[in-house]
Design a binder for this molecule. Structure first.
Ligand code: C5P
Length: 230
C-alpha cells in the first residue's frame, strides 16, 4: 500500500454491498476511504473490517460531540477498530477534545484525530441563530487553535479555509478538505468547490472526494484521473 496517498474517497452508500462493490473498483495504493454516519449506522464495525481486508486505511467520520467522558470512550472504541483517522466536533470544547485525545492515545497505534470546526453548511446567519454572531472564518480559526492546544492532529476544513489554517495555526497541523470537484465534474449539492490541484495549492494535505469517484461510471478511471491531477 502507498501510505502517502493524499486522496480519501468518501464511501457514502446505504449498504455494505454497495460500499464494498465501489471499494473493490478502487486501488488501496492510490487512496484511502471514508466511512460516514449512514454507512456505519447501517453496517457497524463489520464494514471497517471488510475494508481493512481489502487493504484500505479508513477514516471513520462520525464527528463525535458529547460530554468529555463519553467522547473519550467513543474515541477509544473507534481507535480499537484500527482505523487510520477519526474526528470530533471542536464545539464540544477544549476539555472534550483533550478527553478525545486521551481516548485515542490509549491504543498502541492511535488514529489521527481531527476536529470539525464550523460545518461548511453553516453560514454567518446560521451561526447568529445559535447565538454565535461572529464571522465563520473567525470561528474556524478560533476552534482550530483550540483543537491544536488540545493536541489534535488537524481539522476538516474547506479549501477556502485551508491556507488560513496553515498560515495562522501551523503548517504541521493537518488540513483535510472536502468539496473537491474536478473541473469536468458535477458540483452536486456542494456550494463552494475547488479542483484537486487548487485545493492542494491552497494548503490542503488530504482531499476528500465522494461522488465524482464513488458514483462515476468507472470509479477506477475517475480515481486515476484525480490522482494524476494531484
Ligand atoms: O460527494 P462529495 O464529494 O460531495 O462528498 C464529500 C464528503 O465529504 C461527504 O462524505 C460529506 O459528508 C463530507 N463532508 C463535506 N463537507 C464537510 C464535511 C464533510 O462535504 N464540511
Amino acid at each position: 500500500m502507498q501510505m502517502n496517498s493524499r486522496l480519501i474517497v468518501a464511501l457514502d452508500f446505504p449498504s455494505q454491498t454497495a460500499a464494498l462493490s465501489a471499494a473493490r473498483q478502487l486501488n488501496p495504493a492510490l487512496c484511502r476511504v471514508k466511512v460516514g454516519k449512514e454507512l456505519f449506522t447501517r453496517c457497524g464495525p463489520a464494514i471497517i473490517d471488510a475494508l481493512h481486508k481489502l487493504g484500505f486505511e479508513v477514516f471513520l467520520d462520525l464527528k463525535f460531540h458529547d460530554i468529555p467522558e463519553t467522547v473519550k470512550k467513543a474515541c477509544r472504541a473507534a481507535a480499537d477498530l484500527g482505523v487510520w483517522m477519526i474526528n470530533v466536533h471542536a464545539l464540544g470544547g477544549l476539555r472534550m477534545m483533550v478527553a478525545a485525545k486521551e481516548g485515542v492515545d490509549a491504543v498502541a497505534r492511535p488514529p489521527i484525530l481531527l476536529a470539525v470546526t464550523i460545518l461548511t453548511s453553516m453560514g454567518e446567519a446560521d451561526l447568529a441563530e445559535v447565538g454565535l454572531p461572529v464571522p465563520p472564518l473567525d470561528m474556524v480559526l478560533r476552534l482550530a487553535n483550540l483543537a491544536k492546544s488540545a493536541g489534535l492532529g488537524g481539522v476538516v476544513c474547506s479549501g477556502q479555509e485551508a491556507s488560513m489554517v496553515r498560515d495562522r495555526v501551523g503548517a504541521d497541523f493537518l488540513r483535510v478538505t472536502p468539496g473537491i470537484r474536478p473541473a469536468s465534474a458535477s458540483v452536486d449539492d456542494q456550494i463552494r468547490v475547488m479542483t484537486p490541484s487548487q485545493a492542494l495549492a491552497a494548503g490542503a494535505n488530504y482531499l476528500v472526494v465522494g461522488r465524482p469517484i464513488s458514483h462515476a461510471l468507472d470509479p477506477a478511471i475517475a480515481l486515476a484521473a484525480i490522482v494524476a491531477e494531484m
